[in-house]
Write a protein that binds this ligand. Sequence first.
Ligand code: FMN
Length: 204
Amino acid sequence: MKRMVVGITGATGSVYGLRLLELLRETGGWETHLVMSPAALLNIREELPEGKARLEALADVVHNVRNVGASIASGSFVCEGMAIAPCSMRTLGAVAHALSDNLITRAADVMLKERRRLVMITREAPLNLAHLRNMTACTEMGAVIFPPVPAFYARPTSLADVVDHTCMRVLDLFGLHAKSEKRWQGLSKEAASLVPGAGQMEGN
Ligand SMILES: Cc1cc2nc3c(=O)[nH]c(=O)nc-3n(C[C@H](O)[C@H](O)[C@H](O)COP(=O)(O)O)c2cc1C
């Protein structure tokens, strides 16, 4: 059984955390550890009316964000990594500066010090210089900054499509490759024929 920590913070987009938990549950073989910040709970009320109960039901273990003595606060607790979905600019800043001021930022700190996968679904727009510098600092420490930006080539027709595509790409980063017809397969023959020099390209 592999383990993954899912942190949900007070940026808008708590549906990303929800969908990750659903996909991990559907995939099977993963023990999920959920931790939500107080600001996340405010957003969940706004964005996912039945969300908190649903989130807690999907996770194998739910941790109190103030409990910095929880299992996931220690590097000796084996797990594959952590996704912070969504990740607020406050949490981003706290991780960038190794503050470990709650269980989300402590668990993220553990991922970085143990060189484990940390994916931060950072949500803010536009970005100020502190946000950008904090993203750089986290990247330099080994985290993956993954703003939930839609991929229009996948031709999403609903918000669910947009969320699913991002979650699929996040799980790819943990070696969990879902089958999906939304993966890029290259240009259509018609579009490829418009590429300059296409006539001389192999296969055209
Ligand atoms: C409705 C709502 C939406 C918010 N959206 C964002 C957001 O997209 N990005 C962000 O960085 N903060 C956002 N915030 C502000 C954070 O919730 C706030 O900075 C909070 O202190 C974050 O704390 P946390 O990182 O511990 O969850 C939002 C707040 C509310 C109430």
